[in-house]
Structures are given as C-alpha cells and as structure tokens.
Ligand binder design. Structure first.
Ligand code: ARG
Length: 468
C-alpha cells in the first residue's frame, strides 16, 4: 500500500510527490543526528576554505559560520527543530542554516556533496569514538594488572584448563595477565584502524571532485586529518575504515566474552572459585538460593551483537559498484551499536573485576586434585634420564591406579612412588605441592611467580607510557 505523498522539499529535480512510506524508509535522521557535531565541524572547515579560495566572500563565510555557531547552541540546548521532511542530519543542518542566515546559507554546499560530507562526518565521529574506546581499554588494562598484582602475594593458585579438564596449576595472577595481553592486542587493533582512517574525503564532492578551485589539503588539515584522500571515487565509496573499526571491536568483544564466560563458570556452585559482587549480580525471582551472573552473561552475549554488526556491514559493502550508493547509509546503525556495546562492556568489566571475592582454598584444592600435578611427576622422571614418553606412561599407570582406588596424587608416599619407578627420590614428594609445581615453570612467559611478577612490572610501565 502506497502512503500519501508530500511535496519534496529538497533537491527539486522531480516535480512529483514522494510516497510517504518511501520517505520514511529513506529517512536516516533518527540515527544519523548523532553526527551533528562532526557535521558542523566539517561545514566550518569547508566554509573557511571556500572563503580562503575566494569562492565565497569573507562576509558570506562569516554569516555562515555565525549561523553554524547558533545551530550548535540550539542543538546543545535541545532547541533545534529536527524535522523529518529533511531526511538526514546534513539536510536538517543546512535547511536550518538558511532559515537563520538567509539565502547565503545555500552557498555552503558549493563544491560539496552529501557523499563526501557523510564520509567525512563518519570518519570524524569514529575517530573520536575509537579514542574513547582506547581509553576504556586502558582503564580495564590497569584493573587487570592491579588484580594480577593483588593476588600475587600470597599467591593464589587455580587449576589451568585445557578442554575444560584440569590440566596444570597456574597463578591467578597469570590468568589475569593472560587477559591483559589479549586486551593489549585488542587496543593495538583499534589504534591501527585509527591510523588508516586518518585521511579526509572532503572535496571529493559527489564522486569526481569539483570544478571549483578548492583546497583539500587545507580542509584536511583543519579537521586534523593527516592528508586528503587521493581518489575521489574511493573517498565516497569506501567504508573499509568502518569495517576495520567493527572488526577490531568484534575481536575485542570476543576477549571480553571469554573472560565473562570464565566468571560465569567460576562463580557457579560447581566451581565455587569466586563470588560476584552483589552490585553486579541479581537474585532469582523464585529461587532464593540463586545469585545470577547477569552482567557477565550479557557481556558474553553482546559478542553476538558486535559480530552481527560487523557481518551486517561486510554484507552491505560486498559487491557494491563504485562510487556512492544509498546502501552505504546502512553503515551507521551497526557502527553506533558496536561502539556503544563495546564501550559499555569495557566499563562494566573494569568496574566488576575489583569487586570479585576469590576463594583461594577452593581454587587450591581444585588445583591439587584431579591429578593436575601429574605432568610434574613425568617431568621429574625425564629429568632423571627417562625418555619423556616412557615417563608419561609410568605416571599414567600411577594415575590409573589411584583413580581406581579413589585416591589422589598427594596420598602417595615415597615407597609407593618407588614401586612404580626406582628413579623417584625424596625430592619428588615436593613436586606434589601446587606451589612447587607453579614455581618450577620458571621459563619466560611461564606461570612461576618470578616470571609473572616481572611481566606485571613491565605492564605497569607500558600503561604509564600509554597514559602520558
Ligand atoms: N544520509 C546519507 C547517508 O548516510 C547521506 C548521503 C546521501 N547522498 C545521496 N546522494 N543521497 O549515506
């Protein structure tokens, strides 16, 4: 069913009316008004450049700049008349400008198109938003390092897992630092994206450049870009800068989802390693014993959104012919959503972690049980000269026997050990402690306290340098 039409207020090439449903479908104001600040900045740079090049008179440029200032105040005060009949933020600003300063407002769009305008606005917006993300990442990084340091003395030990089977004991600090390393790489990915998007599309106009003698280097510099983009078709057609941001965000949200998942598991009754702070959990409406890890669960789930946002835009851009296509209007909602999602997830994770209560007796018991120290015994035998494969087999026999008898490694005494291999001596018993096991992994990047302490010290320096 076609909607009732209204007179087209813009463009004016068609005398006919636009279908109401089509108009609503085409409208992007609801979401792209978020770009208003960047739109004003872009327009100011453009107007100044037009005057500098003699394309506008100084007086015209002054009137336009004054109008843009008034619009800024109106928007900030919530007094700006946003109107759906001007389908997006760009046309709303321009229409208002003309109302405020008269006919001369129409001269702002000289040598410009919404195609280069929107690409410029979005780069400016993303630049600012990604800088905010890097800040939130660094805050979380500081929390991770602080938590790692806090649990180093006395050292908290927990089981490390492979296949979610108890594998070998590790320091809780080492676990925290693993997430620190992942997060640091997530940050460098965002910085990489920022680096490559540092070019200005402004002046590419609709797609081919313009016949006016504009200065694209000047506007690029005014807007804080490194340089203008070198090809006008590319400038209006490309959204790889958004895709890179979305991809860095999706990967970053994956890191958070893994951390969140471990918190969900470790705070369960079955693990009992950690208790979530009340402020970040909820009770059940019918089961009084429950404390639900809602916040970690949501952070885990929001990885789905972030991935969806990336896949949405990848799919939109795939196969698009050069140059601008209206399809590209669909870049905004995913990127706004991804930025909001990741920023709030980072902040919540940073707020939640310091409130965790770890239970070192429980984690230590778990790290001791389940034959988590079996590798240490095998390593011992191979240090005594037994080929590792054979050592592995000997310890395998020990584990099987103990399992059959419902016992664990720390039930062993020296006599029983020696019944499996003559190579066992008194010092083997020391290996059956988690502390001994952890300390023995004293290799670069390993979980021994000495290694972890050194890495924490380095990380603190890295964060100081980034913060300055
Ligand atoms: N709202 C549009 C967008 O977001 C602005 C550019 C429109 N350009 C055009 N030629 N229709 O992409």
């Amino acid at each position: 069913m076609a909607g009732e039409g209204s007179k087209k207020l813009w463009g004016g090439r068609f005398a006919g009316e636009t279908d109401k449903l089509a108009e609503a479908f085409n409208n992007s104001l609801d979401f792209d008004r978020r770009l208003w600040r960047e739109d004003l900045d872009g327009s100011r740079a453009h107007a100044r450049m037009l005057a500098r090049q003699g394309i506008l008179t100084e007086e015209e440029a002054r009137a336009i700049l004054a109008g843009l200032d008034r619009i800024e105040k109106e928007i900030e005060a919530g007094a700006f008349p946003w109107r759906d009949e001007y389908e997006d933020v760009h046309m709303n600003v321009e229409a208002r400008l003309t109302e405020l300063v008269g006919e001369v407002g129409g001269k702002l769009h000289t040598a410009r198109s919404r195609n280069d305008q929107v690409a410029t606005d979005l780069r400016l917006w993303l630049r600012r938003s990604l800088a905010g993300i890097v800040e939130a990442q660094q805050e979380l990084a500081r929390v991770l390092v602080a938590e790692a340091e806090r649990h180093l003395e006395p050292p908290v030990v927990l089981p490390g897992y492979t296949h979610l089977q108890r594998a070998q004991p590790v320091l809780l600090s080492h676990w925290f630092m693993a997430y620190y390393e992942m997060l640091s790489r997530d940050t460098t990915r965002v910085l990489d994206a920022l680096f490559r998007m540092d070019e200005s599309p402004l002046g590419a106009a609709a797609l081919a450049g313009t016949s006016f003698p504009i200065d694209r280097h000047y506007t690029a510099e005014q807007l804080g870009f490194l340089e203008p983009m070198r090809n006008s078709l590319d400038a209006v057609a490309s959204r790889d800068f958004v895709l890179e941001a979305l991809s860095a965000i999706a990967i970053g949200q994956l890191t958070l989802s893994r951390l969140a998942e471990e918190l969900v598991l470790y705070s369960s009754f079955e693990f009992g390693f950690v208790t979530l702070p009340d402020a970040f959990a909820t009770g059940s409406s019918i089961m009084p014993q429950k404390k639900n890890p809602d916040i970690p669960e949501l952070i885990r789930a929001k990885a789905g959104r972030a991935i969806g946002d990336l896949v949405t835009l990848l799919t939109v851009v795939k196969g698009l012919p050069l140059a601008y296509n209206k399809d590209l209007q669909e870049d905004k909602e995913p990127v706004f959503d991804a930025v909001d999602t990741y920023t709030s997830s980072l902040k919540l994770m940073a707020a939640l972690l310091p409130g965790l209560t770890w239970h070192p007796e429980v984690t230590k018991r778990a790290a001791t049980g389940g034959f988590a120290l079996a590798t240490d015994l095998a390593d011992y035998l191979s240090r005594k000269g037994l080929p590792f494969r054979r050592a592995h087999a000997v310890v395998g026999r020990i584990v099987r026997k103990l399992q059959e008898e419902g016992r664990d490694l720390d039930d062993l005494d020296l006599d029983e050990l020696r019944s499996f291999s003559e190579l066992f001596d008194e010092d083997a018993l020391a290996l059956l402690s988690v502390e001994g096991s952890v300390s023995s992994r004293n290799v670069y990047g390993g979980t021994a306290p000495e290694q972890v302490r050194a890495r924490i010290a380095e990380a603190k320096k890295e964060l100081e340098e980034d913060g300055s």
